[in-house]
Ligand binder design. Structure first.
Ligand SMILES: [Fe+2]
Ligand SMILES: [Fe+2]
Length: 304
């Protein structure tokens, strides 16, 4: 036997930190490759590596992500009407709920990666923000996947629906619309939805799952804040008042109209102002003389 043979196991710790990024030369190209990965483990590993990657961004390169990111064969995608509602008091009911949340997080990884890969010519901080979001969505997915495993289930065990990605497709041509509809409408709805779901889990005695909802809500406030920051930055760049712009984009793109009860504290923390919250709840904002006066150009400062 040849003495020079090294039979020790491969030293994984010496792999470069960007190994899951498949040797891409820029972070945006790596995001494009991560989008195409269909196995959850590979997509999660790539998203988490990208969040801390030092790869150059490649902001000016025009890339064309596929309209359909890589997805595993399961879950089976069905119309929302086909999804059963189940009681939180049974393990199967809670597993179905956690599965629905895991599916949202899986889509959210792709939504963040798509914002990075699809839109070029933006400041480096835009890309770093959304890469950070992709990493957090991957973390949320992993938390839910592990909790599902503890309940005897796995991602793919229940059917799921595809509503989130439809909005990504509709807004693929315009970064302002993407910011208006995805973080500021859909993720913001998640802020409203979280407390009642958390309460049901806690009431059923499932404190482990409730604790995961706490982590997700904390991070999602940050994601909506990032959406707000870039929406205001881009609105200021276009010289348009954010509230009026949001209303017109929401109408043009058929954004779902948020229904209460609203998590106003979380929305405020995420950067919605009094006028925006008043427009949401339909109550006049008495703290401001007018919703649109003096807003143009004032929001650019908070974008890094
Ligand atoms: Fe998330
Ligand atoms: Fe998010």
């Amino acid at each position: 036997m040849n003495d020079s043979f090294d039979l020790s196991p491969p030293a994984l710790h010496v792999l470069p930190p960007d190994a899951p990024l498949a040797g891409a030369s820029t972070a945006r190209r790596a995001a494009l490759l991560a989008l195409a990965r269909s196995e959850p483990e590979a997509k999660v590993a790539a998203a988490r590596a990208l969040a801390t990657s030092r790869l150059p961004i490649g902001a000016d390169e025009s890339l064309t992500p596929s309209d359909w990111p890589g997805r595993p064969e399961r879950p089976r995608l069905v119309s929302p009407r086909e999804l059963e509602r189940r009681s939180m008091s049974s393990v199967a009911g809670r597993a179905a709920l956690l599965h629905a949340l895991a599916h949202i997080e899986f889509n959210a990884i792709d939504l963040a990666l798509d914002a990075v890969a699809r839109f070029d010519g933006l400041p480096e901080a835009f890309y770093r923000d959304w890469l950070g979001v992709a990493g957090e969505e991957a973390f949320h997915f992993t938390l839910l996947q592990d909790r599902l495993a503890a309940l005897g289930h796995a991602y793919g065990d229940f059917p799921a629906h595809d509503g989130l990605w439809e909005m990504a497709l509709k807004t693929r041509g315009e970064v302002l619309a993407r910011m208006a509809i995805v973080p500021r409408t859909l993720e913001a709805r998640g802020l409203d939805a979280s407390p009642p779901i958390r309460a049901k889990l806690a009431q059923a005695g499932d404190h482990e799952s409730a604790a995961i909802l706490d982590v997700i809500l904390r991070d999602e406030i940050g994601h909506v804040a990032i959406g707000n920051r870039w929406f205001r930055h881009l609105a200021a760049r276009a010289g348009v008042a954010p509230l009026a712009l949001y209303e017109s984009l929401a109408q043009r793109y058929g954004a779902p109209r948020p229904k209460g009860p609203f998590n106003l504290a979380a929305r405020r923390q995420a950067g919605f102002d009094d006028d925006e919250l008043a427009a949401l709840t339909g109550e006049p904002n008495r703290t401001s003389a007018g919703a649109l006066v003096g807003r143009v150009g004032g929001a650019d400062d908070d974008a890094r």
